[in-house]
Design a protein around this ligand. Structure first.
Ligand SMILES: Cc1ncc(COP(=O)(O)O)c(C=O)c1O
Length: 378
């Protein structure tokens, strides 16, 4: 591989910029001897809820746990259906299955990769209890329209904000619009820690309290267990790191937006390539910069795969999120969806390519990416 490799994400660069603060925060926890819970966790929960604009925040072990806990708190289970997108990370649907409910998919919009809100009503049945919109790649779903539909049909809305911490719909930060917001602090997320972490936001005190109980082995009072729960803690060390990083989140999101602008300028127009767009009303935080590479190949390997390979030969590592839509995954064969059920999603899975994107990506690196891309496409 060439020496000047451009990775999809470089976490070390970010760490080096704030290493003094991060090291100090970690050491304080280690020296305190208080490794589980404590004010370091509750302070971060407080600051995150203030940032998001919700009334309550509960930290947990991961974004996956956040979704699971949200569904449990809403008492969603066997016999219930939850509508979501087939173009997302498995956790979104997996947690619906884990609580015993059935994921019901709707197709996406080609321009945003987000669930097509206008397709939701046709998927609603008497069993439908909730909708999980995913703000994919950092782009918010049209939450006005989605909340109207949810209200009309009396459905809960759980926002999957894993890839979109700090994104906004109108003036509202995602996670404060639906009934519950679920966040992931996986290292590559916009607010990522040095391990796993997650959080739930809500305005409903009863939901917040139920989530606290379920994530602590189903107990409000130690050693008294009222429901079957799990152990899902936001680690104290991770909370201390997140507390530092939360202060930089807006700046990093702005840097991502500048990088997206520069990609737009460098890459348009290139025949056969569709660039991602920010929809009106939304504030996109660009967890990914994902292009569509029009397929001209009749073979197993798509034009996108060939381009990915060519970029890699020049040291540029791109990613495919996601190669197989959820309705075509082996695990969901039992749901009975056939190939062709969601044509836009299926075409996107063949054509998406996420280019290197992180706040400290340099203009020179972006130029290198653009040069390689143009070279291949022309
Ligand atoms: C859209 C989406 N939802 C949920 C998750 C799950 O988050 P975690 O990895 O923290 O469990 C992810 C993480 O990749 C994600 O991208």
């Amino acid at each position: 591989m060439p020496v000047n490799t451009i990775p999809p994400v470089d976490l070390v660069r970010q760490y080096k910029l704030i290493s003094d603060e991060i090291d100090r925060a970690i050491l304080e926890v280690v020296r305190s001897g208080r490794y589980i819970g404590g004010t370091v966790v509750s302070d971060f929960e407080q600051h995150l809820l203030e940032y998001v604009g919700s009334s309550y925040c509960v930290g947990c072990n991961s974004g996956t746990d956040a979704l699971y806990l949200a569904l449990r708190a809403l008492n969603i289970g066997a016999g219930d259906e939850v509508i979501t997108t087939p173009f997302t990370f498995i956790a979104t649907a997996e947690t619906i299955s884990l609580v015993g409910a059935k994921p019901v998919f709707v197709d996406i919009e080609r321009d945003t990769f987000n669930m097509d809100v206008e397709a939701i009503e046709a998927a609603i049945t008497p069993q439908t209890k909730a909708i999980i919109p995913v703000h994919l790649f950092g782009q918010p779903v049209n939450m006005n329209r989605l909340m109207d539909i949810a209200q009309k049909h009396n459905l809960y809305v759980i926002e999957d904000c894993a890839q979109a911490t700090g994104a906004k719909w109108g003036d509202h930060i995602v996670g404060s619009i639906g009934h519950i917001g679920c966040f992931s602090f996986f290292p590559t997320k916009n607010l990522g820690t040095c391990g796993d972490g997650g959080a739930i936001t809500t305005d409903d005190p009863a939901i917040a309290e139920t989530i606290r109980i379920i994530k602590e082995h189903g107990s409000a009072q130690r050693y008294y267990h009222d429901v079957v729960g799990i152990n899902s803690r936001l680690d104290s060390i991770q909370a201390a790191i997140l507390e530092v990083k939360l202060r930089y989140l807006d700046q990093w999101n702005e840097q991502r937006r500048e990088i997206a602008q520069r990609y737009h300028q460098l890459l348009s127009p290139i025949p056969g390539i569709q660039l991602p767009q920010e929809i009106k009303g939304g504030y996109h935080v660009w967890n990914q910069y994902t292009i569509l590479v029009k397929n001209k190949s009749n073979h197993e390997t798509t034009t996108r795969d060939n381009l990915k390979q060519k970029l890699q030969e020049q040291g540029i590592i791109s990613m495919i999120y996601y190669p197989i839509p959820l309705h075509l995954q082996k695990v969901y064969e039992n749901l009975g969806y056939q190939k062709g059920a969601f044509p836009i999603t299926e075409q996107a899975a063949m054509e998406v390519l996420s280019l290197p994107m992180f706040p400290d990506l340099s203009p020179e690196e972006q130029e290198q990416v653009a040069y390689a891309l143009k070279d291949y496409c022309h």
